[in-house]
Design a protein around this ligand. Structure first.
Ligand code: MN
Ligand code: MN
Length: 310
């Protein structure tokens, strides 16, 4: 044991600076496989804010992750060189400027052939993330796990971007491959009877929570694997989980997935051509006992484990 380490498994979870999984914090990407990136932004939320505190809290909750994934039987940090890249320098008063900064930062990382795991932040950050990834990989296959469709028309015409419009823009901008956009876990009251039909007409395959639970997670995964042929980007809104498992979020919807079902869903991505991931909408001010942050950090670890198995 090296008693002089500032980071790493030599430290006890309660020691040191709370980087993701006690990883080194650096922007030197030479020889690096995966970068953990925070986007502390919540000016795209329409109801309760607080997701600007998400990345920091998820990092803190990740300190208890010792490193071996006993379910998948893989130790990601033995296979991959991973760093904590820190946060995008967001501008809380400007969603448009922030989106530019996100896309620029992520493009710089992708240019180094490094895979990005992004911790949000509200779901508006998915649009610049998809732009940067599509710019690198071409149109993407997208798995969107969420309670909400997020394909709504903008509430405010002058500002067409919010956490509820990202996938409408992404589809219209051609960032997603035709027929390869799957929404999973969708539920709750919507603004009108045409919302789901609208998502469908834009090109979404919407799997409601009802369908997901009726078919079971393996049934859903079967369709995901059959449908997605391109580079797969996974975007996970923590409100896909039931508020009992994830109370710390801005727009909670009852009757959602359990922690285990979410882990099972992400794990089931093994074998897909995985090229990017974000986890959004963790709002620590509404959390209790870090329930939501602990779930979020473990889901991110699960995705990291899949990258190690590629
Ligand atoms: Mn949502
Ligand atoms: Mn969302």
């Amino acid at each position: 044991m090296n008693s002089n380490s500032a980071f790493g498994a030599d430290l006890q979870p309660f020691m040191g600076i709370p980087s993701f999984m006690r990883l080194p914090v650096t922007r030197d990407l030479n020889g690096i496989d995966v970068a953990i990136l925070g986007v502390p932004f919540d000016s795209g939320t329409s109801y309760r804010t607080g997701t600007r505190f998400g990345p920091r809290k998820i990092r803190e909750a990740s300190l208890m992750i010792w490193g071996h994934n006993s379910t998948l039987n893989v130790t990601p940090l033995k296979k991959l060189k991973v760093v904590d890249y820190g946060d995008v320098s967001v501008i809380p008063t400007s969603i448009e400027h922030t989106m530019d900064r996100i896309a620029r930062t992520v493009s710089e990382i992708l240019d180094m052939n490094v895979t990005v795991i992004t911790l949000g932040g509200d779901h508006s950050i998915a649009l610049p993330l998809l732009r940067a990834h599509a710019n690198k990989f071409g149109p993407l296959s997208v798995v969107h796990i969420d309670a909400h469709i997020d394909t709504w028309e903008a509430e405010f015409e002058e500002v067409p971007f919010s956490h509820g419009t990202s996938f409408r823009h992404a589809l219209k901008e051609g960032l997603i491959r035709g027929g390869e956009y799957i929404q999973i876990g969708i539920r709750g009251p919507v603004s009108g009877e045409n919302d789901y039909a609208d998502a469908k007409s834009l090109g979404a395959r919407t799997i409601t929570i009802h369908e997901a639970l009726e078919k079971g997670i393996p049934g859903i995964l079967k369709e995901v694997h059959e449908r997605l042929k391109g580079p797969v980007y996974v975007t996970l809104d923590i409100d896909s989980a039931d508020p009992a498992y994830a109370p710390g979020t801005g727009t909670p919807e009852v009757g959602g997935l359990s922690s285990y079902q979410l882990l099972q869903l992400v794990r089931g991505g093994h074998g897909l051509n995985l090229i990017g991931f974000d986890l959004v909408e963790v709002s620590p001010p509404f959390d209790h006992g870090d329930i939501t942050a602990v779930l979020a950090s473990n889901i991110a670890f699960e995705y990291l484990s899949l990258l190690a198995m590629k």
